[in-house]
Design a protein around this ligand. Structure first.
Ligand code: PLP
Length: 403
């Protein structure tokens, strides 16, 4: 099993390619939770996520012969970029198989860091299968994204930095996809100070670690479904499961809506952009998915900031809707002059601003003499939404809330 000494040994190697990222006290989140919250800003890591640490440590500890053969890996995002940059910095040839529909920004970034990108397969698993074919055909070393002690040890250097910068830390909160990151961090922290709690967080729609811990057996999900694509993994690894069982205190889950709220709150209040996977530790903290005390020193590890701009738009709307700041509703009006004006008059009287409106007289969802209306509104919070809907219903309108 991975040892504390492996993480310590990784420290110097990782420093060759990676930054010691900032740890910042957050007034906003401390005030919101009552805890003493410090954010580990791994979003400022080179390539925008922690993956370069593990990739660097793995490549640095390969035999000369394996380095000469070159490496191959599969990834839909952050691991691809981390491997690409680490390999090119260490003069090793790298081929990265990415799914055919991988976001173009991530494909471009991976190429720009120096790897050859092969687009193959409909999803990560299909890409990984092809990467294994290349491993055999081209005699390359297959660099696993998480189930490898040297990869875990590299990721664990985040844990060393946290205790170094904040020796009094009580709890560290870490996202889990395949479990490489938390295995390394938990090993780093139990080695330094066994009183530090390590909490793992998964998305509800990709909760292999939480389920595996409950059943005691490694659970592989049939499918995953979450906006946090960085942790949309069907199964944690065999090696990571062993470490998690032994060294992680608790694994909890958060919903996509909670992730969206954490992400938008971080953007609006903390001026920090993270991807979905980067927001899950903060979501677990804000929604009290684990117990914590007043003034407990807590570090949510914000592990990546590589979010596709189209995804960001969707997440912001979901986050605003969840906190009552955005409302999409539908109603049916009689199709005669003046009905729309009456309806929007009530909205104006209640101080909601209209972003967009769609008035469809030809909709097949309504009777011939009716029109279907959908509105996107800017609102001020849950109470405002409630008041507005009550006013519309009181005036006789039937309202469906769509978002
Ligand atoms: C931003 C981000 N956070 C967390 C994780 C989870 O890491 P692991 O798969 O090692 O559990 C990933 C994995 O890709 C990630 O990209």
């Amino acid at each position: 099993m991975l040892e504390f000494s492996d993480v310590l040994a990784a420290r110097e190697r990782v420093a060759e390619t990676s930054r010691h990222t900032p740890l910042e006290y957050s007034h906003t989140f401390s005030a919101m939770t009552g805890a003493d919250v410090h954010l580990k800003l791994e979003t400022f890591q080179r390539t925008g996520a922690f993956k370069i640490r593990g990739a660097t440590n793995r490549i640095a500890t390969l035999s000369e012969e394996a380095r000469e053969r070159g490496i191959v890996t599969a990834s839909a995002g952050n691991h691809a970029q981390g491997v690409a940059l680490a390999a090119s910095r260490m003069g090793v040839d790298a081929k990265v198989v990415m799914p055919q529909d991988a976001p173009i920004s991530k494909v471009k970034a991976t190429r720009s860091y120096g790897a050859e990108v092969v687009l193959e397969g409909v999803d990560y698993d299909a890409a990984a299968e092809y990467a294994h074919e290349l491993e055999a055909k081209e005699d390359r070393y297959y660099l696993h994204a998480f189930d490898d002690d040297m990869v875990m040890a590299g990721q664990g250097t985040i844990g060393l930095e946290i205790v170094e910068d904040l020796p009094g830390v009580d709890t560290v909160v870490v996202p889990i996809g395949g479990g490489g990151l938390i295995s390394g961090v938990a090993t780093a922290l139990t080695g330094k100070d066994s009183d530090i709690r390590v909490i793992g967080v998964q998305a509800e729609g990709a909760s292999s670690a939480a389920r595996s811990l409950r059943t005691g057996e490694l659970v592989e999900l049939d499918a995953v479904d979450t906006i946090a694509d960085g942790i949309a993994t069907r199964s944690i690894g065999e090696r990571t499961f062993e470490v998690i069982k032994e060294r992680v205190d608790e694994v909890v889950t958060v919903s996509d809506d909670e992730i969206a709220v954490a992400l938008t709150t971080l953007l609006e209040r903390g001026k920090t952009l993270v991807e979905g996977a980067g927001a899950v530790p903060l979501a677990a903290l804000l929604y009290e998915r684990f117990d914590y005390g007043e003034d407990e020193t807590i570090v949510p590890a914000l592990c990546g900031g590589n979010i596709d701009m189209n995804t960001l738009t969707t997440v912001i709307v979901r986050g605003l809707a969840e906190t009552g700041r955005y409302l999409r509703l539908r109603t049916v009006l009689e199709d005669r002059p003046g009905t729309l004006e009456e309806f929007v008059g009530i909205i104006a009287a209640n101080d909601a601003n209209i972003y967009a409106i769609q008035h469809d007289r030809t909709s097949r969802n309504v009777a011939m003499d009716d029109a279907e209306v959908e509105l996107d509104l800017e609102t001020r919070g849950p109470d405002h939404v409630e008041e507005l809907i009550a006013a519309l219903e009181q005036a006789g309108y039937e309202i469906d809330v769509l978002v």
